[in-house]
Write a protein that binds this ligand. Structure first.
Ligand SMILES: [Mg+2]
Length: 379
């Protein structure tokens, strides 16, 4: 099953509206389609990675460095090919201050992820099984939550209520609700109004996107303790991810989730071993692909840390269905926030009674819509 060529297609789509979380705004939806062609006729195909600023660098790294390394190799040797990409001594530019080094490493790990995910799709097709079955097949459906509660210009309480009720109509199991942009008191009030509206059996998790000091995060969690919040995600600012996160975990009555900012198993190891998280939401399209995600999930299970996932449910669905300690997949049901999710797959997985059902086709089981690829191909 020799690799004959690899195709990398960056897509970008300007959103009709801006969406604001605790610390950022989203104006575009980006993704990268990667296709690994093999001499058996099987084509491994995956999309992922919502990276606006450095998408071209990820794509160029694959085209210029990984393609020559991988063509001629056996697509079934995913572990060996992962190591080959990771240890390829690519010149990522001049050494710089540590944060900028990390930036380059992030591009490397996202590029590895794009190829690795397509290789796993090829493996599923080779063995003619859905990816989650190939990985262990723990369940056939995974609870699904909506990412919402964004801060938008002119958004009224009525509009927010309508949004939450819409998620219930769509048979979502719950919502990941944005907090962190207003005062702690105002955000607690927003969440309390939503809990009152949706009732007790609807999952609410809150995502602060690194907006708070540890004190503010603990203050939020204590004030929201009676609201049945499933977790607080990325509560503290980027500068205090070690001790700050541990303080929240030790002093807040709500479980702590982080990991989407990590790019490797080593970063996730430190989050887990140093007791900073209850749950990890490391992203398979950012942190080295299916191969690396599975290593992280195995490590986490030794410490009773459960696995969530940041966005990208086309791959996350399979990962979370393949392990006993998986939590929820998440999507943006608002088409304006994530038009790619609705249009890029030729057929979407079924959502019913709070669960997303696994596709039955081989690999990721999600062929892509060629028209959408052609229309949104980045220059
Ligand atoms: Mg998040």
């Amino acid at each position: 099953m020799k690799i004959t060529r690899i195709e990398v297609i960056p897509l970008v789509r300007k959103l009709e509206e801006e969406f604001k979380g605790g610390t950022y705004k989203i104006v575009n939806r980006n993704t990268i389609v990667t296709r690994v062609y093999t001499d058996s006729g099987i084509v491994g195909e995956a999309f992922g990675g919502d990276e606006d600023q450095r998408q071209d660098q990820v794509v160029n790294l694959i085209r210029d460095h990984f393609v020559p390394l991988l063509v001629g190799e056996d697509a079934r040797d995913v572990e060996r090919l992962w190591e080959k990409m990771f240890h390829s001594n690519i010149d990522l530019g001049n050494r710089s201050i540590h944060v900028l080094d990390l930036n380059n490493r992030g591009i490397l790990m996202q590029a590895i992820a794009a190829v690795d995910n397509a290789l796993w799709d090829a493996l599923g097709k080779h063995w003619n099984v859905p990816l989650y079955k190939l990985l262990g097949g723990y369940r056939d459906k995974v609870p699904v939550i909506a990412i919402g509660g964004y801060y938008q210009a002119g958004k009224t309480q009525d509009a927010l209520n309508e949004e939450m009720l819409h998620y219930k109509e769509l048979q979502m199991a719950g919502v990941k609700f944005k907090v962190g942009r207003l005062s702690v008191k105002e955000d607690v009030e927003r969440v309390a109004r939503v809990r009152e509206l949706v009732g007790d059996d609807f999952i609410i998790v809150c995502d602060a996107n690194q907006a708070w000091t540890p004190d503010q995060a603990i203050q939020f969690c204590r004030a929201a303790a009676g609201l049945n919040i499933g977790w607080i995600e990325e509560p503290v600012q980027w500068s205090d991810q070690n001790e700050g996160l541990r303080l929240v975990r030790d002093n807040a009555p709500i479980p702590v989730t982080a990991g989407q900012g990590e790019i490797s198993r080593w970063g996730c190891r430190d989050l887990v071993v140093q007791g900073r998280v209850n749950y990890l939401n490391v992203d398979v399209t950012i942190a080295g692909g299916v191969t690396e995600w599975r290593r992280i999930a195995a490590m986490a299970s030794h410490f009773h840390v459960k696995m969530a996932h940041h966005e990208e449910s086309q791959v996350a669905l399979h990962l979370l269905a393949s392990i006993p300690h998986g939590l929820y997949v998440e999507i943006f049901p608002n088409r304006k926030r994530d038009p790619m999710w609705f249009e890029l797959p030729a057929q979407l997985p079924t959502i019913r009674n709070g669960y997303m059902e696994l596709p039955s086709g081989p690999g990721l089981g999600m062929p892509l819509n060629e028209d959408i690829i052609a229309r949104y191909r980045a220059s």
